[in-house]
Write a protein that binds this ligand. Sequence first.
Ligand SMILES: [Zn+2]
Length: 453
Amino acid sequence: MSPERQPGQARWLVRGARPLGGRPADIMIEGALITGLAGSGRDGRELVSGPGITVVEASDLIALPGLVDLHTHLREPGREDAETVASGTAAAALGGYTAVHAMANTEPVADTAGVVEQVWRLGRQAGHCDVRPVGAVTAGVNGSQLAELGAMADSAARVRVFSDDGRCVADATLMRRALEYVKAFDGVIAQHAQEPRLTQGAQVNEGEMSARLGLAGWPAVAEEAIIARDCLLAAHVGSAVHICHVSTAGSVEIIRWAKSKGWQVTAEVTPHHLLLTDELAASYDPVYKVNPPLRTAADVAALRAGLADGTIDCVATDHAPHPAESKETEWSQASSGMTGLETALRVAHEAMVNTGLLDWTALADRMSARPASIGRLRTLAGDQAQLRHGCPIAAGSPANLVLYDPEPIRPVDPAAHASRSRNSPFAGMKLPGQVVATFLRGAPTVLDGRLTS
Ligand SMILES: [Zn+2]
């Protein structure tokens, strides 16, 4: 038997789910596609079950298109003690994701066709969700010389998103060249915006908390200066830049301005920056150490408003697993980063839906359609068409689907997570919701809240 998960061969009838939180409907899945959608029960019309069709009772569950993450650290190759492609994609499926973009700062760095193809193959073998490798912008993410962008784009992994994430492409000339290079094949440069000289030794948000705690500050201007520069460069070149993990109110303003000019600028915000503030650093618990750091309540409010009005395109997890020894140490020695795949939808539900800032239709846009567009996954054609993500829940779309129960409110338990790492800042926090099922091209990867394989 092939180790790769085949597209679904079976037929499924998802009965009574509420697509995008709307009226109940029946969803028919045949093979890898959604083949029918009809009002359920009260509307008088419903899809009829028959032999060979497995019925999933989904009344009171919300159906969303499979989520797409633009920013996942899967750690393999090299740091399998923190995560593997298999464990990270299992976590993704349990969080409702059907596609993740795997960041390039592995060991070795994903800066050649060979490494991106390795990650891509490992993803296909694991079969929990599609893995789209991100290629490094510079060789070895050393910031001094461009990586083999064209070779990675032409490889079997068909890389379209490039990033040195973890580090900033600080050299303006290199950034310009990278933008020029990827323009030829409709690629995008995803920038980790952090002016290195302004953030040397930085530990927490610069402001009241850094002063109070006596830790070196990470100033907002170090993010904003790079974002402004790169928006200008993208406009100058006529190419596409994507801003990773936007964390400050000023950044939102700059991106809003750049978008008003019609420039090809997109941006993401993490779940943790939508819900948590720098006040948590007062505990000196390194589980709250992250880069960019948690910011102020005013920043959180601006990020939520930016995501609501579309200035910030999408939620991206920046899932950054670390083994216990890297986190359970003193703050200044601890690694930066938080896990996020298994809690992202619940956090977005709490921060954006329960606050009335987004409805489920808009949340699906920010967590599926838009990240799929930025990752160049929505318009794949020809032999790639079956690999599309972020498509509407409609007949003819690939059957990538999440069934989500919005009702339960439960504390987050990292010990129950599929990720190899436990560094969730949401541990013990009561959050709404539960992913009940995830379908990838018509095959369930998660059923009854559990992995199917
Ligand atoms: Zn980053």
